[in-house]
Design a protein around this ligand. Structure first.
Ligand SMILES: [Zn+2]
Length: 201
């Protein structure tokens, strides 16, 4: 099961416990838990095939909300497109993201980041070991250099790294219980550069 904007859905997406009837195609299999989709409560469970095929569009349901304003700005800046072409490409990419991407298990909603004229791919929850693994220099430098543009001003990056970044790998949302701050790590699908988002309860 592969998704353009989500690397490891079986680990980081909300799944049903065991096989379940897909609310769309009625096949019984391991499904994505659709109760957090937007609007919530419209569907119970959606299989990977239906999600990947974009069938949520038929129900006007989305799994997340993309930072479309920023994507539009990037499309205009990077690709020398006419305004209407940028708008239409932005709408196409946003619909693709929001209707065919598994939902990240998270405590609160925030906008899905974009970089280099497309939405980013979600890699996993941030931790010291993950940043170290991804870093060319140091994990700390990588984290501090990759905070998403809309959080830079309000981020005390020294404090976040020293006091809040988990010291062990975070492999499930349950591993985040007890932490006041959660970190989400993405990658630009065009350049490979890392993008970090943090959130607090
Ligand atoms: Zn299905």
């Amino acid at each position: 099961m592969t998704f353009k904007y989500f690397e490891k859905p079986l680990i980081y997406a909300a799944m049903t416990d065991g096989p379940c009837t897909c609310s769309i195609c009625r096949e019984k299999e391991q499904c994505f838990d659709a109760r957090t989709f937007i609007p919530s409560g419209a569907l119970e469970a959606v299989c990977g095939t239906c999600l990947a095929a974009g069938r949520l569009k038929e129900y006007k349901i989305s799994t997340c909300t993309g930072d479309s304003e920023e994507l539009k700005r990037q499309l205009n800046a990077h690709q020398a497109l006419k305004a209407e072409q940028a708008d239409s490409l932005c709408n196409e990419k946003t619909a693709g993201l929001e209707s065919t991407t598994p939902a990240i298990k998270r405590f609160k909603p925030w906008l899905w980041p974009s970089a280099d004229a497309d939405y980013c791919k979600f890699l996993g929850y941030g931790s010291v070991p993950l940043y170290k693994r991804l870093a060319l220099t140091t994990g700390e430098r990588l984290f501090k250099d990759t905070i998403y543009y809309n959080q830079v001003e309000n981020s005390d990056s020294d404090y976040l790294w020293d006091a809040e970044m988990p010291l062990t790998e975070i492999n499930s949302i349950e591993d985040l219980y007890g932490y006041d701050v959660q970190f989400y790590v993405f990658k630009s699908i065009n350049s490979g550069k890392i993008v970090s988002i943090w959130d607090s309860l």
